[in-house]
Design a protein around this ligand. Structure first.
Ligand code: PRP
Length: 171
């Protein structure tokens, strides 16, 4: 495995993103929805840099079937519990890959009549995109490698690595 992004780079991105989000949401009391499991470290580090009122909620989504198809085989395993009508919603995820997960979730969220919905993603892997997803606040664009660490897993492992790494063929 090799390190792709070290802690000072991650912290600089967190500070920049928190600044952008603060500028846009300071007086809006947004609902921040983290997508589990991968976003748990990113969300924790991000929200501690926001010094205004927010509500924090979580959703769990899973893909099933053939993820190479753009048919949207995504399921909401655990629904957020906040009432979104009229609220400003900021979805936080670790990585956008095919886009299927976020595309599906945004469709669900809009049914609840929020005032706005935006996306903050730490990583974007545009080479794998199957459906378009607009990322309003982005940390880094990454190549088509298998990314682990800082919340991201391979078969349930490596989420606790403090830095963002690439899994090599040798493991
Ligand atoms: C990852 C990641 C995103 C999703 C992105 O989650 O956290 O939610 O995949 O992929 P997509 O753009 O192709 O839909 P994963 O399904 O690996 O579960 P996890 O969050 O528990 O790691």
């Amino acid at each position: 495995m090799k390190t792709l992004l070290i802690t000072p780079q991650i912290e600089a991105a967190l500070n920049r993103l928190a600044g952008e989000i603060s500028r846009d949401y300071k007086d809006k009391n947004p609902v921040v929805i983290g997508i589990l499991n991968g976003s748990f470290i990113f969300l924790s580090d991000l929200v501690r840099r926001l010094d205004f009122d927010i509500e924090i909620d979580f959703a769990i989504l899973s893909s099933y079937g053939d993820k190479t198809k753009s048919s949207g085989s995504v399921r909401l395993d655990r629904r957020y519990t906040a009432q979104l009508r009229g609220r400003h919603v900021l979805v936080v995820d670790d990585i956008v890959d095919s886009g299927l997960t976020l595309n599906f979730l945004f469709g669900q969220i809009w049914k609840d009549h929020p005032a706005s919905v935006k996306l903050c993603a730490l990583l974007d892997k545009p080479s794998r995109r199957k459906v378009p997803v607009e990322i309003d606040y982005l940390g880094f664009t990454v190549p088509d490698d298998f990314i682990i660490g800082y919340g991201m897993d391979y078969a349930g492992r490596y989420r606790n690595l403090p830095e963002i790494c690439v899994l090599g063929e040798e493991g």
